[in-house]
Write a protein that binds this ligand. Structure first.
Ligand SMILES: Cc1cc2nc3c(=O)[nH]c(=O)nc-3n(C[C@H](O)[C@H](O)[C@H](O)COP(=O)(O)O)c2cc1C
Length: 311
């Protein structure tokens, strides 16, 4: 069991935050499939939440799940993040808050948010301290190894000192983007330097890799691997996976998209999930092409369901 502040996770596995992907649809789908210890939302602008921007409020709309859900906030201004955290605590059912210090997108970095914070330790510390004062919810911070040079021992020390309950490390630099392999060899040194749990992240695509990495850290975040194989969390939890119901899963995905998005957004959403779904499946190129070329949600959904017949 993994403890993050007052929260006990049944499994040491967490669905990693992914903008455009870990929305309500994916979190609900993953929760129904089961096996995962917690799930993190898409990144949510602290400024948007503080101003109660309508679209931001729609993105964080709550729904009950078995696995606890964290909301991930991003921003550069400590007061804005603190205000957003106070709103999450007082007005939503989220079980915890994660702060984004890993996003490599230039626009986000230029504003001083995301991985931009890794270059500014005093601000990084002020952000964690302000959010810590604003909420009693379990608090995690997600970083990369550094911006263009490794400084993960420094950043995680400040994060721990300022009161976070766990730290998640994507074992790449900001300058790596998503290239190369995540540098898990650095996990031992980071873990040895911390008292709070270390959550490791990067390139977990298979059961064997996950089990190996779970020996090096206290818990793992899985992003793309959870889309490529939605049953991965169940496999890691040692739950029955002989009956991998791909047919039922893609049908449920289509139904959830239809339920939660207006017509004009459905096709884009389906394509976003399909980009990552079943990466290694034989013949995936040809069926993905059909779906990407489609101009119509119903048609694309039909192709998907044809490709994955019901068991
Ligand atoms: C499409 C996409 C969107 C992402 N959005 C976020 C995000 O909003 N916040 C965040 O902290 N990380 C984000 N990430 C990074 C993932 O959380 C994770 O750190 C990264 O994908 C490496 O883990 P993986 O190999 O298990 O996917 C995103 C990654 C992808 C592929």
């Amino acid at each position: 069991m993994l403890r993050i502040g007052t929260l006990s996770l049944e499994q040491p596995t967490i669905l990693a935050p992914m903008a455009g992907l870990t929305d309500r649809v994916l979190r609900q789908l993953m929760d129904e499939i089961g096996g995962c210890g917690a799930m993190v939302s898409e990144m949510i602008a602290a400024e948007g939440l503080r101003r109660r921007n309508r679209r931001t409020l729609e993105m964080i709309a709550g729904f009950p799940t078995r696995a606890p859900q964290f909301i991930q906030l991003f921003g550069a201004v400590p007061e804005a993040l603190a205000e957003a955290a106070a709103i999450v605590s007082a007005e939503t059912g989220y079980a915890g808050i994660d702060i984004n210090m890993g996003c490599p997108v230039p626009k986000v970095v230029r504003s001083g948010a995301g991985s931009g914070l890794l270059q500014d330790l005093p601000r990084l510390g002020a952000v964690v301290a302000a959010v810590r004062r604003a909420t009693a919810l379990p608090l995690t911070v997600k970083v990369r190894l550094g911006f263009s040079q490794v400084n993960v021992l420094e950043t995680t020390r400040v994060i721990e000192q300022e009161g976070a309950d766990a730290v998640a490390v994507h074992f790449r630099l900001r300058s790596d983007g998503y290239k190369g392999s995540a540098r898990w060899d650095l996990a031992a040194a980071v873990r040895a330097s911390l008292r709070i749990p270390l959550l490791g992240n990067g390139d977990i695509m298979t059961l064997a890799f996950a089990l190996e990495k779970l020996r090096a850290v206290d818990g793992v975040l899985i992003g793309r691997g959870a889309l490529a194989n939605p049953f991965l969390f169940r496999e890691i939890a040692g739950q029955e996976t002989r009956e991998r119901d791909w047919g039922g899963t893609v049908r449920r995905l289509g139904a959830l998209i239809e339920e939660h998005y207006p017509e004009r957004k459905r096709l884009g959403k389906l394509k976003a999930f399909i980009r990552f779904l079943v990466l290694s499946r034989p013949g995936s190129r040809s069926w993905k092409r059909r779906i990407f070329l489609s101009q119509d949600f119903r048609e694309a959904r039909g192709f998907l369901e044809e490709t994955f017949p019901c068991a």
